[in-house]
Ligand binder design. Structure first.
Ligand SMILES: Cc1cc2nc3c(=O)[nH]c(=O)nc-3n(C[C@H](O)[C@H](O)[C@H](O)COP(=O)(O)OP(=O)(O)OC[C@H]3O[C@@H](n4cnc5c(N)ncnc54)[C@H](O)[C@@H]3O)c2cc1C
Length: 633
């Protein structure tokens, strides 16, 4: 087994068999995006590609056996993530069909919906879209304006778009292929509103024409994702039967009586949304996969391309320039760390969604972590892919070398499935209130009152590596020279932990002050918003480090372990370096120690440089999948 194989195995994690299957099988399907196609051709091609995926078992894995699937959540999420190595339009279109449309029916519906739709949607006999966002409201989905008014006379819901801003917008599948939509709308019955609920609404007939009362249109050219038919939908008093309500969390009786096991409108809505967490997990994982493709391309190029003569007369490889190492190696290290954290997230998702017992606290933690990781991984992808594009010079700008397509296609990942800034606030809110039950669905003002009296415990509530991390912290060097050793893992963990705890505690203190005067709560929260977001970010930085440390621990003694250990140091030091100002302002790093961070980091780059190829081989993106012509010369 090669060094790269050992790295690949630890990176692949629990669903390694799915990744291996994808690498072998998907690579033979010719899935790489074709940028020369028109928009319609690209969308039709993506749909054709989806048909090839049905026999792989990946679509069925996302649904429980009793619903008509095979019940392997981890396989389903990992399978979708692997598509991102080939074509992000395909990944998104598949994610919309099986993850969002299918996920809404599976998780918000009951047996009558499962029996009616799931087998067909797995096999693509029913094509759907997920119609939540409206022109007027995206992040604030509780304020959607589409209405679903119950008519007891006919036992139907009337779905209507009452204002121009209530138009469903950006909806994947709505422009061309979807024949049904899961539509989120304000439910009212007997003149009383009950908040946003989800309904299955047919939108197109067999021949692709809009059904009566439905008007669809295309969003036209976008910044990327050419193979996704994003569109708009307006409803003009469209009638659907009472059974169209996905009624797991609320139902309307024939006479119009509304019932739900969850009394509070906000809590009900956020509980419903929470069940759809899988989409967010897939988007994070896929962005991570795309970043790995870009880093594989740029690093391979840097190991071929030479510029300027060295004193020995030979031209220098790009990868031998310190600056190039600075640009690529820390991003590679971060990609490893994020993959380890993502793998842990997928394992937790699989465990929780495969169980019939609802562990409310674990579910909340999962939602918070999924929000935070999605945000951090998609931001990383945007940054890494841009850096890779520049690192390949002019060649990086040619479409034939794929980086520009990766850039365009992943750009919107920071926005959809929840805007990153909104998601980091969601995570911070969970941390600040220690997942308090009452807080679910509260707005910032309401949430301020619940800020936990001690947030320190949240930091102590560790990841899977609990005992290992404690051992490393306990083994930190005592006072003396090595007390400040930046390569000591315990010292690194302690710096990450102190930052997270300090940021959380100080923001909690600011918000607690506001809870005494409710009229000022919004202003105080708003003034502290950057601080709140930093709390979410610092938490994820620590979660990623712990996942990395656990991965190093898992790998058997030997060369691969040493390499991964150095890479983990590089991740830790690059985060510390990026946040040097914070560590110095808060007296966690002296000026001398802060300078040492940079010199230690540079030494690590020199140490890791000879392993650059091995490190990206660990990502195991099949060579034919890279699709960059410049690598052939
Ligand atoms: C290509 C594409 C595909 C999509 N596919 C679908 C789909 O299939 N189905 C679907 O339902 N939706 C879909 N969407 C919609 C997507 O989920 C929304 O665009 C997203 O949720 C953001 O909403 P918005 O566009 O209204 O932005 P806004 O909510 O208007 O946000 C704009 C900016 O304001 C900031 N902001 C908003 N609120 C706050 C706050 N409280 N504090 C601080 N800053 C804030 C955000 O950070 C953001 O930068 C898609 C969008 C795109 C572009």
């Amino acid at each position: 087994m090669t060094l790269a194989d050992e790295l690949r195995i630890v990176l692949d994690g629990q669903w390694r068999h799915v990744r291996e299957q994808s690498r072998k099988e998907l690579a033979t399907f010719g899935l790489l995006a074709d940028p020369s196609l028109s928009l319609d051709e690209a969308c039709d091609r993506a749909l054709d590609q989806m048909k090839k995926l049905v026999p792989t078992g990946i679509p069925a894995a996302g649904f429980r056996k009793e619903q008509g699937g095979t019940g392997d959540v981890g396989m389903s999420v990992t399978g979708i993530e692997m598509l991102a190595q080939f074509d992000l339009s395909l990944m998104v279109k598949a994610g919309v069909q099986w993850g969002l449309f299918g996920g809404a029916i599976a998780n918000l519906g009951t047996q009558r919906h499962h029996d009616a739709y799931i087998t067909d949607l797995i096999n693509l006999d029913l094509l759907g879209c997920f119609a939540m966002t409206e022109t007027g409201h995206g992040s604030d989905v509780q304020s959607l304006e589409t209405t679903a008014t119950y008519d007891p006379g006919t036992q139907e819901f009337v779905i209507n778009s009452p204002t121009p801003s209530s138009r469903k917008d950006y909806i994947g599948g709505a422009a061309r292929h979807a024949t049904s939509a899961t539509v989120f709308a304000q439910l009212s019955t007997g003149g009383e509103g009950h908040g946003v609920h989800c309904f299955v609404v047919p939108i197109r007939g067999k021949h692709g024409k809009d059904l009566p009362g439905v008007t669809t249109s295309s969003c036209g050219h976008k910044g990327g994702l050419r193979g996704v038919d994003n569109g708009r939908i307006m409803f003009d008093n469209v009638r659907v039967p009472r059974e169209a309500l996905l009624n797991k969390y609320a139902d309307v009786a024939e006479d119009g009586t509304y019932s739900s096991p969850i009394d509070n409108v906000n809590r009900r809505f956020f509980t419903m949304l929470g069940t759809l967490v899988r989409g967010r997990v897939s988007v994070g994982g896929s962005a991570g996969a795309a970043a790995q493709v870009a880093l594989s391309i740029a690093t391979r190029y840097a190991l071929k391309r030479r510029q300027f003569e060295a004193p020995d007369g030979k031209e220098v490889l790009l990868m031998d320039y310190r600056m190039h190492q600075r640009r690529l190696l820390p991003l590679i290290a971060r990609s490893y760390g994020l993959q380890f954290a993502q793998n842990e997230l997928v394992s937790t998702l699989d465990r929780l969604q495969s169980s019939d017992d609802i562990d409310e606290h674990a579910q909340r933690e999962l939602e918070g972590r999924a929000a935070g990781l999605k945000s951090v991984i998609t931001a990383h992808a945007t940054r890494a892919i841009q850096e890779c594009r520049e690192a390949c010079g002019g060649a990086g700008y040619l479409t034939e070398n794929r980086l520009t397509t990766l850039k365009e296609d992943t750009d919107v990942f920071t926005t959809f499935e929840g805007d990153n800034h909104v998601l980091l606030q969601l995570l911070a809110k969970e941390l600040l209130t220690a997942y308090a039950d009452e807080v679910r669905g509260l707005d910032p003002v309401g949430m301020v009152q619940f800020v936990a009296s001690t947030v320190a415990d949240v930091v102590k509530e560790r990841t899977a590596a609990q005992q290992l991390i404690q051992r490393l912290l306990d083994a930190r060097p005592g006072s003396g020279e090595s007390e400040h050793d930046l390569l000591d893992r315990g010292n690194q963990i302690s710096l990450f932990e102190e930052r997270e705890q300090h940021v959380l505690e100080t923001v909690a203190r600011r918000l607690r002050r506001a809870s005494e005067d409710k009229s000022k709560a919004f202003d105080v929260f708003n003034a502290a918003q950057d601080h709140v977001i930093l709390a979410g970010q610092a938490h994820i930085d620590r979660v990623v480090l712990e996942a990395f440390v656990a991965a190093v621990d898992r790998i058997p003694e030997g060369e691969a372990k040493t390499l991964l250990d150095d890479l983990c140091d590089l991740y830790a030091l690059s985060v510390i370096e990026e946040n040097k100002a914070w560590f110095m302002e808060h007296k966690r790093l002296s000026t001398e120690r802060a300078k040492a961070v940079t010199s230690e980091l540079n030494q690590l780059l020199a140490k890791l440089r000879p392993h650059a190829l091995t490190l990206i081989e660990g990502f195991a993106v099949p060579e034919q999948t890279l699709g960059a012509v410049m690598l052939e010369y």
